[in-house]
Ligand binder design. Structure first.
Ligand code: NAD
Ligand code: TDX
Length: 332
């Protein structure tokens, strides 16, 4: 039994991680989450109790972090400002949370000799051409495009520096685009599903040729657990499930699965600096740690995700109108 401190455990991937840890291990979990607009305690409904404690607070609050890290065996660091579009409007919380917050956690882990797993993104590598057979590997040079991805790239560099300079026992992972339950309606897939459920239309940025490498959130989190249990300290593992799809195809698939005509969507203003394509080579993770994705059929995973949003309107409804008003104000 280990004591896990999970930052960002009320967010999309973090809350799914808490569900998975409680269901598949005997670990004790403390969630530290600031409950920003992206955090939702309802994502942990029914779980709070003997094995799960919730602390509302900021990962950049050094005093609070010091106390919580001192009582943990492992810090699993999901907390971040996570949405590219928001980072284009106001980068400042991205700098504070993703850089200062990660620094604050690293200092506490260093003082208390606590193991850290840092969750990051494939976006730190920039983007690939559509016709490039290459995928991102752990050796791909960093070339982030947006304030979000630059702040995540900086956080990765901080973690590696604290490993090398101070001997902090950390691992890192960079994952591709996640989908599944409890994802905020600002993100691509939940936005389109809930637009349709609301009687509206999906919104495609630009021509929609941009490619994302989709992975189910449970597969991401199973990989994170494998890295915490069996990964080598100081190493970076790329997590991906060979799920490349262009955005137009994803929208057409959602429309078909929801019984709508495939062309019942709107083209809207493109994202500034929009990364063209992401693709992950996860062979290091598969070869070293024996990880394999369980969700190999994207359409089946998408259908299950649609069913989840249909059944959980009370979870997403409170955020929907404000998110759409924000997009509409920007022509998106
Ligand atoms: P999310 O936005 O859904 O959740 C982020 C959580 O962090 C929220 O609960 C929020 O309240 C909390 N948080 C934000 N600032 C905080 C602060 N200062 N102190 C404490 N808590 C704070 O994000 P997500 O999609 O679940 O992403 C989780 C992690 O995974 C992030 O580090 C992100 O960069 C990474 N990641 C995400 C994806 C993806 O597809 N969503 C892919 C690869 C990597
Ligand atoms: O309405 C939309 N229409 C649209 O075409 C939205 C919200 C997005 N898009 C496009 C932009 C991207 O090409 O869909 C793609 C996916 O968009 P997002 O869901 O915003 O994800 P992305 O920018 O790719 O980043 C995600 O994956 C990597 C997460 O938000 C990050 O946290 C993670 O690091």
């Amino acid at each position: 039994m280990s004591r896990y401190l999970v930052t960002g455990g009320a967010g999309f991937i973090g809350s799914n991680f808490v569900h998975q840890v409680l269901a598949t291990t005997d670990h004790q979990v403390t969630v530290l989450d600031a409950l920003t607009y992206a955090g939702n305690k309802d994502s942990l409904a029914g779980l709070l109790g003997d094995r799960l404690t919730f602390v509302q607070g900021d990962i950049a609050d050094a005093g609070l972090v010091e106390d919580l890290v001192a009582g943990a065996d492992v810090v699993v660091h999901f907390a971040a400002e996570s949405h590219n579009d928001n980072s284009l409007r106001d980068p400042s919380p991205f700098i504070r949370t993703n850089l200062v917050g990660t620094f604050t956690l690293l200092e506490a882990c260093r003082r208390h000799d606590v193991r850290l797993h840092h969750i990051s993104t494939d976006e730190v590598y920039g983007d690939l051409e559509l016709d490039d057979p290459a995928k991102f590997t752990p050796d791909t040079p960093y070339r982030p495009s947006s304030p979000y991805s630059a702040s995540k790239a900086g956080s990765d560099h901080l973690v590696r520096a604290w490993v090398r300079s101070f001997g902090v026992a950390a691992t890192l992972s960079n994952c591709s685009n996640n989908y599944g339950p409890y994802q905020h309606v600002e993100k691509f897939i939940p936005r389109q599903i809930t637009n349709i459920l609301d009687g509206g239309r999906p919104k495609l940025y630009g021509a929609g040729v941009n490619v994302r490498d989709w992975i189910h959130v449970e597969d991401h989190n199973a990989a994170v657990l494998a890295i915490i249990e069996r990964g080598r300290i100081g190493q970076t593992y790329l997590i991906g499930a060979d799920g490349e799809k262009d955005n137009r195809t994803v929208i057409e698939t959602i429309l078909r699965l929801m019984g709508r005509p495939a062309d019942a969507y709107d083209h809207v203003a493109d994202r500034s600096g929009h990364d063209l394509r992401y693709a992950i080579d996860s062979s290091k993770l598969r070869d070293e740690l024996g990880w394999q994705p369980a969700y190999r059929d994207f359409e089946a995973g998408l259908a299950a995700t649609i069913a989840w949003y249909e059944a959980h309107e009370a979870w997403w409804r409170p955020q929907k109108a404000a998110v759409e008003a924000g997009y509409a104000a920007r022509g998106q």
